[in-house]
Write a protein that binds this ligand. Structure first.
Ligand SMILES: [Mg+2]
Length: 361
């Protein structure tokens, strides 16, 4: 097996800030580096993957590239992707972005070898029925939040990032821009205590159009704090930073009403499927999400739509230089699967104008 990888800088259409990056410089809020992997077997069959590293999990494009350089091509095979993934799990324990890129590429190549779309290859119904995704308004000055919300009014599901001292002001500005849209709120661990979280949950619930709240408390707080909040919360709570993979499903079922599953947190699309199944088996609601990433990751994720109650697939929609063409979100907020439909594997196509500099391992 030959392994190639490329680092790529995604440019954001608008500054992208969440609770933990709210104070960062504008230049940093306009870029995000991701990693692509391309595997090619002896017969010339290829598999592609992506892993968008997040500093929250101690990863960067540097650490992901370093992890990829440690990979022995002999570990990888499209014939036995399950064995290869198990090897990657033990060799790249902490490097989830690199593991995700390789695991996606393995699953993509294995599905392409069998001529099957990724959903079918994983034993799922391919996503066909149009469904809504949320699109996100990041943290910004109130006047810019108002303006962004106004621009996005045609999208029936919005997600608003909160988790800063100015939350109330930001939410008011958001509602001035988008008075009626059903809205998900993501605090990204920004509310330091149960009491602080409850105060905000109460005025968010009084709004009447907030669907649920993602990750109110820091994941590092003791489980009892999360349990205490769930007991008193007037709105459903979803785990994101508290739910990395299937191993967290049990704890999350106690402390949350739902989970946000992302391929890069679980380490691949087969792993994300396991996580969704573990969550559903415990009665959790499920949302499919992602990082800021290209439509390679988004399309791989979308193949799991049959297992998700909610879709939050705007990772590539946020960017201005997506190097792939795949699943996308139209101007009414509907996820369009048609580009990948009928194709083997993940089903994306590189855009002609995209310049990826592949290096061989
Ligand atoms: Mg989140």
């Amino acid at each position: 097996m030959e392994i190639f990888f490329a680092r790529y800088e995604l440019r954001l259409r608008r500054p992208w800030r969440i609770a933990r990056t709210a104070q960062g410089p504008e230049a940093e809020a306009l870029r995000r580096e991701t990693i692509f992997v391309r595997l090619r077997d002896e017969d010339g069959v290829e598999g592609w993957g992506e892993g968008s590293p997040s500093l929250r999990y101690g990863e960067s494009a540097e650490t992901a590239a370093a992890a990829l350089r440690r990979v022995d091509p002999a570990w990888l095979s499209f014939e036995r992707p399950g064995v290869a993934r198990a090897r990657l799990r033990s060799e790249l324990t902490r490097d989830r972005a690199a593991r995700c890129a390789l695991s996606l590429a393995l699953t993509d190549g294995a599905a392409r070898r069998r001529g099957l779309g990724l959903a079918r290859f994983l034993g799922l119904e391919p996503p066909r029925t149009p469904r809504l995704s949320s699109v996100t308004v990041g943290i910004d000055r109130p006047e810019r939040v108002r303006e962004k919300a106004r621009e996005l009014r045609a999208y029936p599901r919005l997600k608003l990032k909160l988790g800063v001292p100015e939350d109330r002001e930001l939410f008011r500005a958001f509602r001035e821009g988008a008075p009626d849209n059903v809205t998900r709120v993501d605090a990204n661990e920004g509310w330091p205590s149960v009491e602080e979280a409850l105060r905000r949950l109460e005025w968010l619930a009084a709004d009447g159009r907030v669907e649920f709240v993602e990750q109110p408390l820091p994941a590092s707080l003791p489980l009892e704090e999360h349990l205490r909040l769930k007991e008193r919360s007037p709105l459903p709570l979803f785990a994101d930073e508290s739910c990395l993979d299937a191993a967290d499903a049990e704890r999350c079922a106690a402390a949350f009403h739902g989970v946000n599953v992302k391929v890069v947190k679980t380490g691949g699309v087969a792993e994300a499927k396991e996580t969704l199944e573990a969550a559903r088996a415990r009665g959790l609601q499920t949302m499919l999400g992602g990082m800021v990433e290209s439509s390679l990751s988004v399309t791989a994720t979308a193949h799991l739509a049959a297992l998700a109650d909610y879709l939050d697939l705007d990772g590539a929609w946020l960017t201005a230089n997506d190097p792939f063409r795949g699943v996308w979100i139209d101007e009414g907020g509907v996820v369009r699967f048609d580009a990948a439909e009928g194709r083997a594997g993940i089903g994306v196509e590189p855009r002609r104008e995209a310049r990826l500099e592949w290096r061989r391992i």
